[in-house]
Design a protein around this ligand. Structure first.
Ligand SMILES: Nc1nc2c(ncn2[C@@H]2O[C@H](COP(=O)(O)OP(=O)(O)OP(=O)(O)O)[C@@H](O)[C@H]2O)c(=O)[nH]1
Length: 679
C-alpha cells in the first residue's frame, strides 16, 4: 500500500456549531521531546530555504534554463538577448524590467521585438498590465483584425487575447484581441487571463519582515509585483461542475476516513484485517507477513503490518506515520488514513485527521485498557477532540478487542455510555456517532455480520463495513478557486518534482498554471496522479500528487498552498480567531507563545491581543480585553505567526480556516479564523 501521500479535505456543508464543538479538557502526560520535535515537526527555518539562502550570498549564479516538454519550444534564455547596460537602470529596476519582459514573453511569445517591449515597460514604469495593454492595442491596430479598443478609463483592466499562443503547436504569431472588461472582474474567454492589481479576492500580505524571510531571494514575479500574475489557461476550459460530472458521474464517491485512537487500541490490525477480508491483500503477502512477524516474535501484529510498512514501525510494533490504503464498499471508494496512536506522533495524527472526511475511533474494550486510553491521560479523548476541532463531524466507534471480554454486553454498554457523554460534549451529535462491537484480530463483525454466538445474543446491528458505507460524503466544492494544501514533497521519477496534498476546493488540470503560496511563485502542473493513478484532472476532495515545473523544489515547503493564480489564497502573518481553550497549566496572557497547526503546517506564533472573553453558549461578550484566559474559556484573540502563512477565514473556506494551538506537546486550544489582517 502506498505510504502517506496525503491531503486533507473537509468539505462540510453544515455550519460549524462552534459553541457546541469544544469545551473539553485535554491533558497529556507525555510531551514531545526536542528530538521528536526536530524529527517530526516541520520547521521552515531548518532546511527549506537552503538554496535561497545560498543564492543570497551568490548573486552571480546563473539561472538554470527550464526544461521544456517539447523540443520544438524555444529554450531561449531571454537575458542572453538583452543588453541593458545602455539603459542605466539600477539593480532593482533591472530586475523589475526582467520580470516584466519574462511575463510579457509568456503572453506574447517572440512575436514582438524586444526593444518595443523594453520601451513599453519603461514608459509605463514597470506596470506590466499597462505595457501589455499598449502592446496588444498597437498590435491589434497593426494587424487590422481586431476592433480598436476604447480608451482605458480605469486602471483595473483585464485583457484577454482570444486565441492563446500555444507555443508548442508552432503557432508563434497568435492573433490577439484586447478586451476591456469591468473592473474587479475576470474575463473568462479563451486564451489568457491577466490579473490586475486591483483584483484582490483576498487580502494581500506585505513581505515578511522576519529575518529568515528577508534572507530569501524573492522570485522574479515577486520582484516585479506581487499582485500581478499572468495565467495561461487552456482553451475551452470547461465549467468545473460539468467537468466533474463528465469525469466522475458514474464513479463511486471517494470517502477519506482517518482511523484514530489510543496507542495499541488495534487500529492497524483492524484495518489490515478489513483489507485482507476484502481481498485487497493477497494470501501470499499475508503469508509472508505471518512468517516474518513470527520470526521477530510479533505474530500478533501480522495484520497491522499491512499498514505499518516501515521496519521501525514493525520492530517497535507501533504506527509512526500515517498509513494509507483503500478499499471499496457498495457505494464508496474508501481511502483509509491510519493515524499513529502514540502521543509522540500527534503532529502526524493531526496531518492525517486534517485530510479526513470522517473518522473511525478505535477503543480497546479490554478491562483496564479502555480506561488507560480514555481516563488516564490517554489519546482517546485528545484524538476525538482534535478531529472534531478539525471539522470532522461523523464518527464510527469500533469497540474493539471485545473477544478479550468474551463479547460482554455489559462491557460494551459501559464503554458506549462513557464515550457518548464525552463525544457529545466534544461536539458530536448523537445521530452522527455509531458504535460497533468488533474484533480486528478475529475479524468478527468487520465486513460481514457476526456469527459469534455470544455477540449474537445481544447485537444484531450493522457490521463495521456497513457503517462506513452509510457515512455521508461531504459536498465537493469543485467550482471554488483552487486550494491544494501541500503535505508531502518528493522527487518524482522524471523532470520537475512532486508535491502531494488534498484539493480542498476547485479543480486542477494537467497543464494548469498554479501559484505556490505564500511565496507566490508561478508553477506549471506537468502531470497529476490520484491515489497513484495518472490522471489529467483532479477535483476537490481528491488526494493528488502533482508534478510541478517552473519553481525550485527548495522553495516549496510542506504547509504551502497551491492556489488559483487569480483568486489567490490570502497570505498573512496576523489574523483574528475565536478560540476555545481546552486545558492550560498556565493561563493564556498577551504574548503567549504557541505552535500553530494549520493543515500540515506547524509554525511558531504568539497571541498578541486578547480582545474579548465570550459566553460559551451565546457568544455574547462577557468581558472586553481580559487579562488572561483560563481553562474552557472562549475568546476572540489576535495571533501573529512568525512567518506569513496561507490562511482563510472560516466562513470563506472552512478547511483553511481552522487552527490548533499546541504548547509543549499539549493541545491547548482550537480556533476558527474570523479575520485576516493585511498589515
Ligand atoms: N485480542 C485482540 N488483540 C488485538 C485485537 N486487535 C489488535 N490486537 C492486538 O493489539 C496489539 C496492537 O495492535 P495494533 O493494530 O498495532 O494497534 P494500533 O492501535 O494500530 O497501534 P498504534 O498505531 O501504534 O497506536 C497487537 O498485538 C494486536 O495483535 C483484537 O481485536 N483482539
Amino acid at each position: 500500500m502506498a505510504r502517506h501521500r496525503n491531503v486533507r479535505n473537509r468539505n462540510y456543508s453544515d455550519d460549524y456549531d462552534y459553541d457546541d464543538v469544544y469545551g473539553h479538557s485535554v491533558e497529556e502526560d507525555s510531551c514531545l521531546s526536542p528530538s521528536d520535535t526536530a524529527q517530526w515537526m516541520y520547521d521552515r527555518s531548518r532546511n527549506q530555504q537552503a538554496i535561497s539562502n545560498f543564492l543570497d550570498n551568490h548573486n552571480d549564479i546563473q539561472e538554470e534554463a527550464e526544461e521544456l516538454p517539447e523540443p520544438s519550444v524555444r529554450t531561449l534564455d531571454r537575458r542572453e538577448s538583452m543588453d541593458l547596460r545602455g539603459l542605466n537602470l539600477n539593480e532593482e529596476d533591472e530586475a523589475k524590467l526582467m520580470s516584466c519582459l519574462d511575463e510579457l514573453r509568456n503572453v506574447l511569445g517572440d512575436t514582438i521585438p524586444e526593444n518595443i517591449l523594453v520601451q513599453s515597460v519603461l514608459t509605463h514604469k514597470f506596470n506590466y498590465n499597462k505595457a501589455l495593454d499598449e502592446i496588444l492595442n498597437n498590435k491589434s491596430k497593426d494587424e487590422g483584425k481586431c476592433k480598436p479598443q476604447p480608451a482605458i478609463q480605469v486602471p483595473t483592466v483585464l485583457i484577454e487575447p482570444i486565441k492563446a499562443p500555444i507555443l508548442t503547436t508552432g503557432d508563434k504569431t497568435p492573433k490577439v484581441i484586447a478586451t476591456k472588461i469591468e473592473p474587479n472582474k475576470v474575463a473568462v474567454i479563451k486564451g489568457f487571463k491577466i490579473e490586475d492589481e486591483n483584483i484582490k479576492s483576498c487580502p494581500q500580505t506585505p513581505r515578511d519582515q522576519s529575518p529568515a524571510n528577508r534572507e530569501r531571494t524573492p522570485s522574479r514575479l515577486e520582484q516585479a509585483d506581487e499582485n500581478k500574475v499572468i495565467i495561461k489557461i487552456k482553451e475551452n476550459k470547461s465549467d468545473p461542475n460539468t467537468q466533474f460530472l463528465n469525469e466522475r458521474g458514474s464513479d463511486k464517491d471517494h470517502l477519506y476516513i482517518v482511523v484514530i485512537g489510543h496507542v495499541d487500541a488495534g487500529k492497524s490490525t483492524l484495518m489490515g484485517r478489513i483489507l485482507c477480508e476484502l481481498g485487497e491483500v493477497s494470501q501470499r503477502t499475508l503469508h509472508k507477513y505471518e512468517q516474518e512477524s513470527k520470526k521477530i516474535g510479533k505474530q500478533s501484529f501480522m495484520y497491522a503490518w499491512v499498514l505499518d510498512e516501515t521496519g521501525e514501525e514493525r520492530v517497535r510494533g507501533i504506527t509512526m506515520d500515517v498509513g494509507r490504503a483503500q478499499f471499496e464498499t457498495k457505494t464508496k471508494k474508501v481511502i483509509i488514513l491510519d493515524a499513529p496512536g502514540h502521543a509522540d506522533f500527534i503532529p502526524n495524527m493531526i496531518t492525517g485527521a486534517g485530510q479526513a472526511d470522517v473518522a473511525l475511533l478505535v477503543v480497546d474494550a479490554t478491562r483496564g485498557e479502555f480506561e488507560s486510553g480514555f481516563e488516564l491521560g490517554g489519546q482517546t479523548r485528545e484524538h476525538a477532540l482534535l478531529v472534531r476541532s478539525l471539522g470532522v463531524n461523523q464518527l464510527a466507534v469500533a469497540v474493539n478487542k471485545l473477544d478479550t471480554t468474551n463479547w460482554s454486553q455489559e462491557r460494551f454498554d459501559e464503554i458506549t455510555k462513557k464515550l457518548k457523554a464525552f463525544l457529545k460534549q466534544a461536539g458530536f451529535k448523537d445521530s452522527d456517532v455509531t458504535f460497533v462491537p468488533c474484533s480486528g484480530l478475529t475479524g468478527e463483525n468487520l465486513v460481514k455480520n457476526s456469527t459469534e454466538p455470544e455477540l449474537l445474543k445481544w447485537y444484531s446491528g450493522p457490521s463495521l463495513l456497513e457503517v462506513i458505507d452509510k457515512f455521508n460524503v461531504p459536498q465537493r466544492l469543485v467550482s471554488k478557486p483552487l486550494r491544494l494544501s501541500i503535505n508531502d514533497i518528493f522527487k518524482g521519477t522524471g523532470s520537475g518534482f512532486c508535491v502531494a496534498g488534498r484539493i480542498e476546493n476547485g479543480v486542477i488540470n494537467k497543464g494548469d498554471k498554479v501559484l505556490v503560496c505564500p511565496t507566490k511563485e508561478m508553477a506549471e502542473v506537468r502531470s497529476l496522479s490520484i491515489n497513484d493513478l495518472v490522471s489529467n484532472v483532479a477535483f476537490a476532495g481528491d488526494q493528488v500528487s502533482v508534478t510541478l515545473s517552473g519553481v525550485e523544489m527548495q522553495n516549496v515547503s510542506i504547509g504551502y498552498i497551491l492556489s488559483d493564480p487569480i483568486q489567490q489564497v490570502p497570505v498573512t502573518s496576523r489574523f483574528e480567531a475565536r478560540l476555545v481553550v481546552f486545558n492550560v497549566k498556565v493561563p493564556i496572557t498577551k504574548g503567549f507563545p504557541v505552535l500553530i497547526h494549520h493543515q500540515s503546517l506547524v509554525e511558531s506564533a504568539n497571541i498578541i491581543k486578547i480582545k474579548a472573553l465570550l459566553n460559551k453558549s451565546t457568544g455574547e461578550v462577557l468581558k472586553k480585553k481580559p487579562r488572561c484566559l483560563g481553562n474552557n474559556s472562549v475568546a476572540v484573540v489576535d495571533i501573529e505567526v512568525c512567518r506569513p502563512i496561507c490562511i482563510e477565514r472560516y466562513k470563506d473556506v472552512k478547511e483553511l480556516g481552522r487552527v490548533m494551538l499546541r504548547v509543549a506537546g499539549v493541545t491547548i486550544a482550537a480556533g476558527l479564523v474570523t479575520d485576516i489582517f493585511t498589515t
